[in-house]
Design a binder for this molecule. Structure first.
Ligand SMILES: Cc1ncc(COP(=O)(O)O)c(C=O)c1O
Length: 474
């Protein structure tokens, strides 16, 4: 006879709640510590398909940020969903202390890919989220170099665990949490539209790298002990195209020159590809655009197209050989989970068959042309546009084309979320993400299979939103 748990009446099935009722519950029972309340009131969505999110009224919202680039290959991608479902039926769970084929094949695929791209052998270590993989990379750096200090970029974002917060530029993420003795030394990123040295890109001669290099000239500049021949810093954490920092693309030659300095001082380069990896910036790894070979690559997000979480690090053999990083060096219960590795393996196979380099370059170039046209027509709203592959930026500025206009950016963002734009004979919404040093940049990361017509539609919606939010600046 089945016994009924008396506690079960607490969970009795109730009729479907309205969004207002759910918001009341959310207010009472959900922590506000995540990013949901960046928008008030927060937004519910009901389903997702391709490059669209849908609310309860079935209003389509064209998504131009695809979950910070985690779902680049489209919501509900049939091939990747099928891989997940197959795995769910065959080997849905397995403690990560045992092996399963997909984990090994995925690590081999990434290892071989990097051998072909960089001519370097290495190994892969999996984890579950981007920040956790950053933590693993910090352990690798510490075990190899014996140093706890690293460089990272101003404007950089590496996650919100304690270790990742310590190397993320924004103090806002650390302020409440005490002293960070291993806080990174933050170096200006080559954000040429707002050059930290007030130089011009066409004539600066990469002055910013020279300024960084100068710090090693004498021990009294604080970085370098000439007698010991070593720096106080073990690694430099880079996003080759800054993500949360506002999809900022560096000038040609920057990373080659920086890597030379790092090599001379025996400082490792850790390349955070969590947001830009998997073709977002037009190549499998964004760093491939810049002709340097990193020592460690950290990845996550689009690896599983936003399905079962999986992240990882790849490191040169010399850093991660079994002698250097022995069993138990790092571990998490859900790392290398069977569902995530199955999807990721299918994704790696898919990108080997479909020419995403061409797709992201061509569509990205078309989108960039269209937003540059908007910039020409709305110079009192858009101060800068740029992009690499399908990572595009639109910087919202005051009428002078320079002063960051966060207020207007927020207003456009919120207006897009209302889902009441009449366009192409339909009522639609526009999903945007705001980033940048002054929170005035739309970081555009559309689905890779967005069509030209949808790019045109997106630009039409931008125009409608500009007219609604800044009628005096048209
Ligand atoms: C470049 C970069 N690094 C690290 C992270 C942190 O990843 P996660 O949010 O999965 O912990 C992010 C997330 O946005 C990111 O964009």
């Amino acid at each position: 006879m089945t016994t009924i748990n008396p506690a079960s009446r607490l969970y009795k099935i109730e009729p479907r709640k309205s969004e207002d009722e759910l918001l009341e519950l959310e207010k009472r029972y959900c922590s506000y510590g995540d990013t949901v309340h960046y928008l008030e009131p927060p937004k519910f969505f009901e389903r997702a398909e391709g490059g669209y999110l849908y609310d309860r009224a079935e209003t389509p919202y064209l998504d131009l940020q695809m979950w910070y680039s985690a779902a680049s290959f489209g919501y509900g991608n049939p091939r990747l969903n099928a891989a997940l479902k197959n795995q769910l039926d065959r080997l849905p769970q397995l403690a990560s202390q045992y092996l399963h084929a997909e984990k090994v094949e995925l690590a081999a695929a990434i290892g071989r890919l990097n051998e072909s791209k960089f001519g370097a052998t290495g190994r892969v270590h999996f984890n579950v989220g981007g920040s956790q993989a950053i933590e693993d990379s910090l352990k690798l750096v510490r075990s190899e170099t014996g140093k706890t200090l690293v460089f990272a970029f101003m404007g950089g974002y590496h996650g919100r665990t304690l270790g990742a917060s310590a190397i993320t530029s924004s103090y806002r993420y650390r302020r409440r949490f005490g002293h960070f003795s291993d806080r990174a030394h933050f170096v200006p990123y080559p954000y040429c539209f707002r050059c930290p040295y007030e130089k011009r890109r066409d004539s600066c001669g990469l002055y910013c790298v020279d300024q960084f290099a100068k710090n090693f000239d004498t021990e009294y500049n604080s970085f370098w002990d000439a007698k010991a021949g070593e720096a106080e810093f073990g690694a430099f954490y880079v996003e080759s195209v800054q993500g949360t920092g506002g999809y900022v693309v560096p000038p040609a030659g920057y990373f080659e020159k920086l890597k030379q300095v790092l090599d001379e001082r025996r400082i490792l380069m850790v390349d955070d590809e969590i947001q830009m990896g998997f073709y977002r910036a037009g190549k499998f790894w964004a760093i491939e655009n810049f002709g340097v070979t990193p020592d460690i690559i950290v990845f996550g997000k689009a690896l599983t197209n936003g399905l079962n979480p999986l992240s990882g690090i790849w490191a040169r053999e010399g850093l991660i050989s079994p002698e250097k990083f022995p069993p138990g060096s790092t571990h998490s219960t859900f790392s290398s989970n069977t569902l995530g590795t199955a999807v990721a393996l299918e994704l790696v196979r898919m990108v080997a068959e479909i020419d995403y380099e061409r797709i992201t370059r061509e569509k990205g170039a078309y989108f960039l042309e269209r937003i540059r046209d908007l910039q020409r027509r709305y110079p009192r709203i858009i101060g800068d546009t740029d992009g690499l592959g399908m990572a595009l930026r639109m910087e919202i500025c005051g009428p002078d084309g320079r002063a960051p206009d966060r207020e207007l950016c927020d207003a456009i963002f919120a207006e897009g979320m209302k889902g009441d734009i009449n366009v192409g004979g339909r009522r639609m919404g526009l999903v945007l993400d705001v980033g940048g040093y002054y929170k005035n940049v739309f970081t555009l990361a559309p689905a890779f299979d967005i069509s030209r017509e949808e790019i045109d539609l997106a630009c039409e919606m931008f125009e409608i939103l500009f007219k609604r939010c800044a009628p005096g600046r048209i």
